[in-house]
Design a protein around this ligand. Structure first.
Ligand code: ADP
Ligand code: MG
Length: 562
């Protein structure tokens, strides 16, 4: 047989850098993140970022950190060059955000770069470096990236509109600012200042810069520690909730992380006070010894591995649980319905098992009658409330257990639907308009979204460069809290504009005025039950969860072997 030629070659440095660039610098926001993280590692107290055309034309990052000398400025752009680790053991306790020595060579392999640091300057054109020259400059480092991917058309194709990239850029800077309130950040996009933080180490101030006064005024600070962890941060009181988890910010030793188990723990606590398909707004900082963290799991360093995870989860759960309980208690009506609490324990198995219903589940227990499609004719009398969540009621034949939240959702849902059909276009002028701070900046499909909302009588207008303003509300929105409701709509519309229709609007609206874990008077409970049976479809909430179950007297007799 003919001898095969060997085919394996070692890739040259430029090619390796271009491949690495795919992982680290997929889009402008990735480049901004790497550059700003370098500035943070250089102990900067002020970092200014500018972009043109969503970063596609220019990204500039300037800091006042310790900078680089002439030799390092050249070395920094070589592959696997880093000042942050120098031996294998260093990987076990990484205290800097960077350490892989990949960002600068990757970025400069797919763009034009100009870098100035401590009176020296270097230029790179798709990986080809100039000499380092002396220049005049302040203490610190400035790096400009232009003509991104102009020699890598395949990557260029993956970039989206400048608006879309701009939204991602803003989000990266906001997260870095939340993680580092002691650093003053500014982001200028096409010569407009779109974000600024003061660097006064005030987390609430940074939160305010991102979400505006209405939310910042509703924040609660928390902090706590265990043997190995310290946690601190803030959350918005749970009567404000959002349509997605983008407002849950998790940081570990100042690094933005994804950590599904932590998110789940938070959701479990918050959903005692908010609908199960809603998300809280929260900033959670975790500090721990760098030895307990493995950040070398993922190229973009978003995912980390933690030792003593259980200890941390417990700490978070306890802290948030206690804080929420404290906050929500002061607002509770303490009217008690009964002298003695009434406990009804009918079965070994709880009636509802799932925390999150995906679809209606028929209950097929022998001793429970699943509600069928016949509305009761006789009058149903409320006998009491269980755990602030269930309404107990009876008629001649049955004992009823209503899920209070699901029932109220159904009632509100149908109310909104009726109103939407009736007075969609009649407007009520507001004395003081509502301003949705920074929401314009966060939208990448502005015209389409605003047009769609207009078709439901919701006239949001761009206001300043950043905000949206609402000067009147359609009558169908009368009973809703405009801040909460419109923010939810905007969260939702960013995913899929076309899917917004009457039903969807009503589903989003129906959570409003639903009370969680709250004691209500017998009269209020009776009112809920009565209204529910006036609904066209009383048996399920708009998400498909059952609103009530009933047990017949006959079956009770059986259960107690009478
Ligand atoms: P890494 O951050 O993983 O070390 P980079 O490629 O991002 O790798 O940066 C290479 C090196 O360049 C850094 O280790 C650091 O010494 C230096 N450097 C980069 N940016 C700055 C900056 N803004 N200020 C000071 N030094 C910097
Ligand atoms: Mg770096």
């Amino acid at each position: 047989m003919e001898k095969m030629m060997s085919k394996i070659i070692q890739l040259d440095e430029h090619l390796t850098n271009m491949i690495a660039a795919g992982e680290v610098v997929e889009r402008p926001s990735g480049i901004i993140k790497e550059l700003v993280e370098n500035s943070i590692d250089a102990q900067s107290t002020r970092i200014d970022i500018e972009t043109l055309n969503g970063g596609l034309d220019l990204i500039g990052v300037s800091d006042n950190g310790f900078g680089m000398d002439e030799i390092d400025l050249h070395q920094a752009f070589m592959r696997h060059s880093t000042s942050k680790i120098n031996k294998a053991q260093d990987l076990n306790h990484i205290r800097t955000l960077g350490f892989r020595g990949e960002a600068l060579p990757s970025i400069s392999s797919v763009s034009k770069v100009k870098a100035i640091s401590n009176q020296h300057e270097i230029h790179l054109d798709n990986g080809v470096a100039s000499e380092v020259r002396a220049t005049s400059s302040n203490q610190g480092t400035s790096i400009w990236v232009s003509e991104l991917f102009y020699k890598v058309p395949a990557r260029l194709k993956h970039l989206r509109s400048p608006q879309y990239e701009g939204v991602r850029n803003l989000s990266v800077i906001q997260n870095l600012a939340l993680a580092n309130p002691h650093i003053a950040f500014s982001l200028t996009s096409d010569n407009n200042l779109v974000f600024q933080s003061s660097g006064k180490n005030d987390l609430r101030e940074v939160f305010y810069q991102i979400y505006g006064a209405q939310y910042a005024n509703q924040t609660v600070l928390f902090d706590h520690k265990s043997n190995d962890f310290k946690i601190f941060g803030l959350y918005v009181l749970p009567h404000y909730h959002r349509a997605n988890r983008n407002q849950i910010h998790l940081f570990l030793n100042h690094r933005l992380i994804r950590y599904p188990l932590i998110t789940q723990t938070l959701l479990r606590e918050f959903r005692r006070y908010m609908p199960i398909d809603r998300y809280p707004m929260i900033v959670l900082n975790i500090e721990t010894d760098a030895q307990l963290v493995d950040v070398n799991v993922h190229p973009s360093k978003l995912e980390v591995r933690l030792s003593k995870e259980a200890e941390l989860l417990m700490l978070i759960e306890k802290t948030i649980h206690e804080s929420l309980k404290q906050q929500m208690k002061s607002k509770e009506i303490t009217h008690s319905v009964f002298e003695k609490p009434m406990t009804v324990s009918l079965f070994d198995e709880p009636l509802f098992i799932e925390e999150e219903f995906k679809s209606p589940r028929p209950l097929e227990t022998e001793s429970i009658d699943v509600v069928n499609e016949v509305k009761p004719s006789s009058w149903i009398n409320v006998i009491g409330q269980h755990h602030g969540s269930y309404i107990l009621a009876q008629d001649e034949e049955f004992l009823y257990i209503f899920d209070q939240h699901a029932s109220m959702e159904r009632i509100n849902f149908e109310k909104v639907l009726v109103k939407l059909d009736k007075d969609q276009h009649d407007q009520q002028q507001l004395l003081a308009p509502y301003v949705f701070e920074n929401r314009l900046l966060m939208m990448d499909n502005i015209d389409e979204s605003l047009n769609r909302l207009e078709s439901f009588g919701l006239f949001l207008e761009p206001f300043s460069q950043k905000d949206l303003i609402l000067r009147s509300i359609p009558l169908w929105m009368n009973d809703l809290d405009p801040l909460n409701f419109v923010n939810l709509l905007l969260d939702d519309i960013s995913k899929d504009v076309a899917s917004l229709n009457h039903k969807k609007l009503a589903t989003i609206a129906c959570h409003q005025s639903v009370r969680f874990n709250e004691s209500l008077s017998q009269l209020q409970l009776q009112h809920i039950v009565d209204q529910l049976f006036h609904c066209e479809q009383p048996y399920h909430c708009p998400h498909g969860r059952p609103t009530f179950v009933k047990v017949s007297a006959k079956n009770l007799l059986k259960v107690f072997s009478r």
